[in-house]
Design a protein around this ligand. Structure first.
Ligand code: ATP
Ligand code: MG
Length: 139
């Protein structure tokens, strides 16, 4: 059941800056239910696989090394219209363009260290959730 679910990561910058609790609070206050949650760390290899879709982009190598530079929090979230509503909650990719009150506007410092990931489609939400979580880890 991928519809109405999305996948997120709290990225290494937001973890290192002490924002895990505040970001989870913003997410649940916005009406998202936590289906799965994990504190873990990507390797160069797993980060490369996760962002494989961006392999041809000039920032790919930096993105992979940043995403494996420290621990992250991964989660599957559920809400009506989850993918689109979560992208609205996190704001634009570049925090300089992110709307007031969005997670990236509040907690991110740059386009490459932008605090959170949010799936861009129902299909990718399902793929990304499967990347981190077994069926037994979902509640
Ligand atoms: P995410 O997939 O992490 O939620 P996004 O969907 O807003 O972010 P994407 O286009 O999927 O943005 O890019 C993935 C990530 O690659 C971005 O979050 C950002 O950290 C990095 N990125 C994107 N564009 C650039 C860029 N022009 N320069 C540097 N890094 C970039
Ligand atoms: Mg994306």
């Amino acid at each position: 059941m991928s519809t109405n679910r999305t996948f997120t990561m709290i990225k290494p910058d937001a973890v290192a800056n002490g924002h895990i609790g505040a970001i989870i609070n913003d997410i649940t206050a916005a009406g998202f239910k936590i289906i799965a949650l994990k504190y873990t760390k990507l390797t160069d290899e797993t980060a490369g696989k996760f962002y494989e879709i961006h392999k041809a982009r000039p920032f790919y190598a930096d993105l992979v090394s940043f995403m494996s530079s420290g621990p992250i929090v991964a989660a599957i979230l559920e809400k009506d219209n989850a993918v689109e509503d979560f992208r609205t909650l996190i704001g634009a990719t570049n925090p300089a363009d992110a709307a007031e009150g969005t997670i990236r506007q509040k907690y991110a410092k740059s386009i490459d260290a932008n605090a959170v990931h949010g799936s861009d489609s129902d299909e990718n939400a399902a793929i990304e959730g499967d990347f981190f979580f077994t069926a037994a880890e979902r509640f």
